[in-house]
Ligand binder design. Structure first.
Ligand code: PMP
Length: 398
């Protein structure tokens, strides 16, 4: 059997394709944001994106990217260590550190690379990593790399600080990294940041919060750490630019010595090109906009609360959550994919989540500031109208 035999035998995606229910890799013809996107030539309302502050079409964000493109060209063309470092990167790092209340920041090519690069550089032989069992794949993969250089990796039960405390109490070292998402984008719930801080401080462990989905949304834009009143008590925070900051890239925030260590040791930093000028400038302009709007609660949160209640009222099985992520449970793959397709045919785009990405079969709906009451009413009308098509099957199978 040759290496590629497994590819030829792979038919999981074909099953859904053959049934006309394949939900992945939709190719939007234009921006995949807000109330009016175009998919397969038809107008759709995107209730399945991560652009929580709807900034990817903001005039100043686009303008900043265009200016950077004109002044710096298309690419940083190399590792920042040697030749790809721009003043744009350093200016953004200084502002990120200031806004989030850390001594320093370091930008990476994506949020995924940030977590991979931070966890694998900080943990190795003699160190222990404890991950929330639902932590993002990038933290998991960072831990796998750390394991390959000798770290011992553990999981604790999802948002269960007692389980974490039990495990840390039984351990024998304080050279420990505890890593969690701030907002769990596949579950919609928030990490118990204050409790995690208490446990980590008690056992001398170092806490990392990946706040990819909390930044821009919670805590006056500063994310779940600020929301929990824990500013200054979480030594490591990571984030992506691909959600509220409407760009591409990611960053870690930490004390100056840790950032300097990462600048010189983290392999995804050293062996990959600096972020492109346009992406850097777009993220910076979006950060300014998030800062400008800091005192106003994001519309994304009230939109999600409104939609969550409306879906619950018409009989959908909606999971509890306090984030812009709404999860509607379905009993099996067929009912989920059929629902996703039917909604799309009626102009509402949502995400179908299947194992192993999550537990069970869930429709993920995300709200952003672009979901005005008018847009939401229209979407709720579709969910209500399809209720009879979707719910009987639901009940039969539940
Ligand atoms: N962390 C979390 C929690 C995420 O959900 C994601 C993906 N949105 C990432 C990291 C990776 O971010 P990026 O898309 O910038 O690679």
């Amino acid at each position: 059997m040759d290496l590629l035999e497994k590819c030829r035998a792979y038919d999981r995606a074909d099953e859904a394709r053959d049934a006309g229910l394949y939900p992945f890799y939709p190719a939007f013809q234009g921006p995949a944001e807000g109330g009016q996107a175009v998919l397969d030539g038809a107008e759709v309302c995107v209730l399945g994106g991560n652009s929580y502050r709807a900034l990817s079409l903001h005039a100043q964000v686009i303008g900043a990217a265009q200016d950077a493109l004109a002044l710096y060209g298309t690419s940083a063309t190399g590792s920042r260590l040697l030749n790809g470092n721009l003043d744009l990167h350093e200016e953004l790092e200084a502002d990120l550190a200031g806004f989030f209340g850390y001594e320093a920041a370091l930008i990476f090519g994506t949020g995924y690379m940030t977590n991979l690069g931070v966890v694998s550089a900080l943990a190795g032989r003699g160190d222990h990593v404890y991950l929330d069992e639902k932590a993002h794949a990038s933290l998991v993969d960072g831990a796998r790399l750390a394991k390959s250089s000798g770290a011992v990796v553990h999981q604790f039960a999802h948002i269960d600080t007692e389980d974490l405390a039990r495990q840390l109490a039984a351990g024998s070292t304080t050279s420990v990294l505890v890593a969690t998402d701030g907002v769990f984008s596949m579950e919609g719930d928030l990490a118990p940041v204050a409790e995690l801080v208490a446990v980590c401080e008690k056992f001398g462990a170092t806490l990392l919060v990946d706040d990819a989905h909390g930044v821009g949304v919670f805590g006056r834009g500063r994310g779940v750490i600020e929301q929990a009143g824990m500013q200054g008590r979480v030594p490591l925070m990571t984030l992506t630019f691909s959600t509220s900051l409407a760009s591409q890239g990611g960053a870690v925030l930490a004390d100056a010595k840790t950032v300097d260590f990462l600048r010189h040791t983290s392999r995804p930093q050293l062996f990959s090109a600096g972020l492109s000028p346009a992406d850097t400038a777009a993220a910076h302009a979006a950060l300014r906009e998030v800062r400008r709007r800091a005192e106003a609660e994001p519309d994304a949160l009230s939109a999600a609360e409104f939609l969550r209640r409306a879906l619950d009222a018409v009989g959908y099985d909606v999971a509890a959550s306090a984030s812009p992520v709404i999860l509607v449970r379905f009993p099996d793959q067929l009912s989920l994919l059929s629902a996703q397709r039917l909604l799309l045919e009626h102009g509402v785009y949502t995400n179908a989540l299947l194992p192993p990405a999550c537990e069970g079969y869930q429709l993920r709906i995300t709200c952003t500031d672009a979901h005005t009451p008018h847009v939401l009413e229209a979407a709720i009308g579709v969910f209500a109208a399809l209720r009879e098509d979707l719910l009987p099957r639901y009940r039969q199978m539940a």
